[in-house]
Write a protein of this length. Structure first.
Length: 277
């Protein structure tokens, strides 16, 4: 894959968002407010909760710029992050969140190509409660990059993940974080001794629009370097037939980055399929 492929992915993703929302708007214009608007708003609130009792399959596209030592590189990626809650008993759920990133790099220190990064599996034991305060904790595992050193660490990481949040309509706010330590592999590219933290806040309207702000920050304890992207997203929960779908578009700005990492502004877009029980 190359720059043309990356641009094609971006165009397709944006066209998909525009077409899907256009169809939803036409349907509402013809029939008035959707009869499922209340349940859609409730689903949108659940979607803002990382450990909600809700199966979801998000696919997100990102565009980055300013990569490489000369700052001339660009990158595109697709992030797949299904969320699968497993009911252990009446009191506890076990939430599994694997993350896989497929990417395209263009002119990053003279390299252009495609590949896959590490797989990160976040898990959380979370109490099944009606409280507005929600928490979860569990093990996390990260693999070496699937496509070699250009795409991330060659080490395996293991550690602990945690999330704590307040969810009271229309607001959801909290923080998700994990710490991994190297448990094997080479440090030729980077190490797995990383802290990741994602403070987030989301506002959900009665018509299932969601406005969210978060960071997806990371700190490597060996290089002593941090990367802090700030994300602002707007999403709309609609329905394709009987399937709830959330359409997302937003912007990203890197407050700080690692040497050769992305800088400045970027673009985010995505689609999430929901499977409520």
């Amino acid at each position: 894959m190359n720059t043309t492929a990356g641009r094609t992915i971006l165009s397709a993703c944006l066209c998909l968002l525009a077409a899907a929302y256009g169809g939803h708007a036409m349907a509402q214009a013809g029939t008035g407010q959707s009869s499922g608007s209340t349940s859609s708003s409730a689903l949108a609130s659940k979607l803002a909760n990382p450990v909600a009792d809700l199966i979801s399959v998000p696919v997100q596209f990102n565009w980055y710029r300013g990569l490489g030592l000369d700052g001339e590189g660009q990158a595109y990626d697709m992030v797949f992050q299904p969320v699968v809650p497993i009911k252990l008993n009446n009191d506890w759920n076990y939430i599994v969140r694997p993350v896989l990133t497929l990417g395209v790099q263009n002119n990053v220190n003279g390299y252009s190509g495609s590949g896959a990064g590490p797989v990160v599996v976040e898990t959380f034991f979370s109490p099944n409660t009606d409280s507005n305060f929600v928490w979860g904790v569990g093990p996390v595992l990260s693999t070496p990059a699937l496509s070699g050193n250009r795409w991330g660490t060659a080490q395996t990481g293991a550690g602990l993940s945690a999330v704590a949040l307040y969810s009271g309509k229309p607001w959801t706010a909290g923080v998700l974080a994990y710490q991994t330590w190297n448990v094997g592999g080479s440090d030729v590219a980077a190490t797995a001794n990383n802290t990741y933290w994602q403070p987030f806040v989301a506002y959900v309207t009665p018509k299932a629009w969601t406005f969210s702000l978060n960071t997806q920050s990371s700190f490597n304890w060996d290089s002593r370097r941090a990367q802090n992207p700030l994300n602002f997203d707007i999403s709309k929960l609609t329905r394709w037939g009987d399937v709830p779908v959330s359409l997302q578009i937003g912007a990203r700005y890197f407050l700080s980055s690692v040497p050769g990492g992305p800088s400045g502004w970027g673009i985010r877009a995505g689609i999430t399929f929901l499977f409520p029980k």
